[in-house]
Design a protein. Structure first.
Lengths: 407, 407, 407, 407
């Protein structure tokens, strides 16, 4: 069907379905639309105890939290800078481009890097981790770096199983988990799961514009940091941030005033109104609807495939999909210009200069996303597949609404 | 399927799908988020010539436009107050509750009212109008009142055919058209169609919060107003508003500062960016998608019915639907609390105290609505029908995406 | 001092010191920055009882209030339309251009108008009113129209004294008071003062953008309305608005959604946080500071004069001042372009085409105005007088800060 | 005069006169009130070339600029981390608490720190710097750290004289200048003055909320960085930020979406509308008005003193003042609660636990500040001095308006 003679159906509220920044709730934007507040006295400094309590709740921990003005990459560096000196060894578990990125950052910091790469379409294998740690009798590996959900591959790794593997090996390495794409979206229980450092940022499940990041830190990690050799970056040093006596110390200087106002509103919504566990269930249900649609599109000689075949290893927050190149790019362009939906590009699956790059796209369903938004995105993809005559199986939307209701 | 044990999927941007106020674009809200502007000099007074030009463009007229600070009911009264004195006769054509409302207003103003009522599910019949006008040899009927789209019944009347009927009767009555629900959404050509007064308001196709209304006025109507007997309300009197020399005269007093800023942004989008005719096509396509879904839901012993059976008499801006009472109310409550979509109540089809009232609902697709929003709403309705086990036929969403693409 | 070679000092938050629209608080703008709300159910309809309670509190009445989507001119017409039919007689007391305006509106409505004009620089004389009413033995005068504060002349009339004059004459006429410029700014006690209709609008002491107006109505006025002859305008008819059973009835149609959200925030500030009587004291103190500065500028052969010589007849909300023409216009242009303050033009003191027109300006100190804003405006005027070498006495700002502190 | 029985005059737009965060223009807040934008394609990535051009213009350089998501402290660390490895030597010139802070940060990074401390009330002495550099025949000092304006002491250092001193000593050390409090407010010409690294942040002269910081980098500094030993922090490493090929590289990861939108609006105002040099003149004139008021308050046995006696060493952006303790704290509390102005606390002049701490306060006049705002703040301070019976000389405001007009 020649769609090009039809004018766009895109006039309306654009829907950004890329995996971060996610949709910022109107309440968060409104909270940020504020005159500059006083940073010395009054409401802003006074909000910190409750804010920290709610941040801890978001990671299911009673331990420590440090706030950074930075993006997630900054928090990656902060985690490493506090516990590793140049020459220290870490084990990096790679299941996507963001795992690679964190490892590269460690290397640039002078860390002695050991990597297990599990590809771009599969979760980490705890047995290999256990074997690797057993092969480190001198316990030189100071930390294990894992990605909970890799935003690029959209794989979700089994952190409790990873913890069990480390324990089985009897290895003292710290467990560092990048939860940038999962925190607030899917089950993550820092204390119960024995995670030592959780890394996250504001712009995904926390529904606040990019610019803040967070480390949740175990007592064990703090102890390790205090025994680290060499000078520690004052900006990344979590000690004054965790033990702040004055307001500016939480931020190592001037507070991120407007982000704090936005984050406060977002945590009210996530922790106090919807409830964290309810949000996890919501994301799980939305994800199942997306998968059901994808399965239908892929049936009957349809081209579409989910990047992660294993159902229990798929993220609930974002889904990477594959078409025959260049149909993913054609589809993305159609949905953005004709129907009001911006899909995410494929990331880390092929080089952007490689024609195969145009075979991947991602649909985010993280953060401030309800049934209306998710079903609308699926509806638009379905329309785009038809408009562009991309081979796809029928009944995807019906499958999605059915899946949305399964408990 | 018992849905009550499932937590809500509503956390996300709520989607208000009632037929006015419609979704206000972020740009319009941003434009209104402005310090109070100077009303004596500067940008605000200077915007008037372009604003009036674009308002005229919105009704496809080169004649006159008057702006009122009021809702649509105010504009109804303004139209009548300018051309009718107590005792004058008008012919009211009723095809839904809003037709009734305008007629009641005329009666309250002391106008001698003659009514043709075409029910709640059918358009007006031009032949009956012609016959009625022929039966007025003294030409006492000063005006014919018609509703282009009745927001309650969601019928669309054929205004060119109505004009032809008046002409066939050789009757000089003015043709007044309530386009509150249609202007900016569907084809309306004041000059080409020979309409004398078009009535509209800000909160539907013009995408601006309620509080402004408009009359587009023909030369013939102005002449009629000038020959009207008795005192004319200074607030409704369109003469100083149309012929304003000073800024305040456009508004009969203090200007509606923030609404003007919002309206300016909305007209930029509608007239200068999307284009009025393109917007009409968009609404037509969205409407066809809604009808296709409704037809599917109603097939195979499904309960759902469109209120307007005649396809060419259905509004492109809003669709009234019927289920077995109280399923419409159950559905509305489910979509609002579980999925983020607020549907419109049925209006004027039954008394709110009558159990049958709970059998009607309306889905708006007017104004700032793209494929994502409309398909999301249909997806949510589909999910709600399943969740509540309301009998419905299959394949509605597939039919909708298919229909969206038909030219 | 040649100021023209100096670049502007105006870059910063502009301060609009015209007498309406007044400065809109950030909280009010933020409240209005909201997606379109549901007008059938939920928070918006539910806010009405509290909103009406607080509106009544703002006029110190336990009687009735009607809300109109209109500007103040609309409310003028509403007041007249409810109690007067064409041919009825009213007595209009004119102390400035807005008094004239209301009278002209009455005449346009066909009302038989009798006027007492007290000039542009003095308050009304209760004795003359009493005499006039005594000279109406048939009690044909149905209403007395008074302006509490005339925004143009900035005179404040003594309403209790006016009430006493009416009572002294034993005349049953209704007392209508235009409090558009005073409500929320200076003492106004509808019930205690025996006022029958108070007229006000959103954009001055109520700190909300123009677009809403209000009538507070006594039982006596309602009775008078019910005995009025002829058809009553359905839009202005206060009965369904006062006795509304359904949400839309409060507004005679679609609700002014965003204005209601803004007004709610403004009333929270005025009634519940600052307190109405505290706001009156604030305005009184700010006014005294302005007068003290003006007296100083006018001393020592200074040119500046207050339009209202009698201290007890000056508004606390806005002050009209006079310079030798064209210095007022020069000063206004300087403050706006060089220093960030927009002063009000003189209104009603001379025709805009008359060179004398350029000798008047007004400084508003109404609504959301604190010591910082008022003193900044005085400081800028002082600077402008110096920059433009307009003759003025010294020490104005010192006098102002001193006066601000006098109880 | 007992002011306590008077209700507050603070209801109105609060004015935050602390030296950062400064007042955020409404346009900047509006620009930030935006849905999350696409970070992969479209308007946001495309804005970078112009944004960088305008950032370079703000520092009067044609060399390089790197953007960091961090506060100013982060940028301090970034500057050091790029050019110094642990063990390298720097010379720190301290003229206030922020000078101390940067030095402490260098020490924490393992840098070998040499300090010249010039106290808290005087600028640096170029001769001492020259002497110190001459006493480093091996040229081990890698960099000289200077503060252009110390936000705490409000001293302004003479950077061209410092450059001349370094040149006179024939020393190759890099010149690093902290311009956090001065950039956009007072003359700063990176290239003409021979500065190697300028450090600034978003929340002062750049009128954007805290959360972004900037390094402007000379070719010489880049060369020095490339010869630095040891691993360089990937987050602070300016190379990929300066030489970015992809959008995310400018920010070392996810872009600070909303801050970029805000900064764009702020640079439009500063660079393209007002003009940088005009802004400098505005700040100079506002500062002279503040000083004139302070001199008057200090005359005639008044208590008030400027912290920086030397007129040519005073900042144009912020002014530290002294009263007899605890009058500064009393004054700050009065202006905030009674008059709507929040003054800055004294910083670094005494320990907060020392009673003397209550003798200092600061008045900012940086960024989005016009004559109205500055004169209003002075008016409020004048009123507060009177209300609290703090000894002060007369005529301060008259002196201020006079000074404002001197070229």
């Amino acid at each position: 069907m020649p769609s090009d003679f039809l004018p766009s159906l895109g006039q309306g509220r654009p829907y950004l379905a890329i995996p971060g920044p996610s949709v910022v709730p109107d309440r968060v934007l409104n909270a940020m639309h504020s005159p500059a507040p006083n940073i010395y006295e009054g409401a802003l400094p006074q909000m910190m105890p409750d804010l920290l309590r709610d941040l801890r709740a978001a990671a299911c921990t009673r331990q420590h939290v440090a706030i950074y003005i930075s993006n997630g990459h900054g928090a990656w560096e902060a985690a490493l800078a506090n516990i590793c000196a140049p020459g220290d060894r870490v084990l990096s578990l790679v299941t996507g481009r963001f795992g690679t990125g964190w490892a590269e950052m460690a290397r640039a910091l002078g860390v002695n890097l050991q990597t297990l790469d599990f590809g771009r379409s599969a979760p980490l294998d705890p047995q290999q981790v256990e074997d690797t740690l057993r092969a480190d009798p001198e316990r030189k590996i100071r930390a294990v770096l894992a990605t909970h959900v890799d935003t690029a591959s959209t794989v979700r790794n089994d952190i409790p199983a990873l913890r069990a593997a480390i324990d089985a090996a009897g290895h003292p390495a710290l467990l560092l988990v990048d939860a940038i794409a999962s925190l607030g979206c899917e089950e993550l229980r820092m204390d119960a799961w024995g995670v030592d450092i959780v890394v996250a940022a504001s712009q995904k499940g926390l529904m606040t514009p990019p610019g803040l990041s967070f480390l949740w830190v175990s007592d064990k990690a703090r102890t390790a940091a205090d025994t680290r050799s060499g000078p520690r970056s004052p900006y990344w040093n979590w000690t004054p941030r965790i033990d702040a006596q004055a307001f500016y110390q939480y931020f190592g200087g001037t507070a991120p005033t407007h982000h704090l106002l936005g984050l406060r509103a977002a945590l009210d919504m996530l922790i106090h109104e919807e409830g964290l566990e309810t949000a996890w269930i919501r994301h799980a249900r939305l994800a199942r609807a997306v998968w059901a649609a994808a399965d239908a599109w892929g049936a009957d000689n349809g081209d579409l495939r989910l990047n992660i075949a294993r159902r229990d290893a798929r993220s609930h927050a974002v889904t990477s999909m594959r078409l025959t190149a260049p149909d993913a790019t054609r589809l993305r362009q159609w949905t953005e210009t004709q129907a009001g939906v911006t899909l995410g590009i494929g990331l880390g699956m092929a080089d952007p200069t490689d024609p195969a790059w145009h075979g991947y796209f991602r649909l985010a369903h993280m953060g401030h996303v309800n049934a209306h938004m998710a079903l609308g995105a699926l509806g638009v993809i379905d329309t785009g597949l038809k408009a562009l005559s991309i081979p796809h199986g029928p009944g995807a939307l019906d499958a999605a609404t059915q899946a949305l209701l399964s408990p």
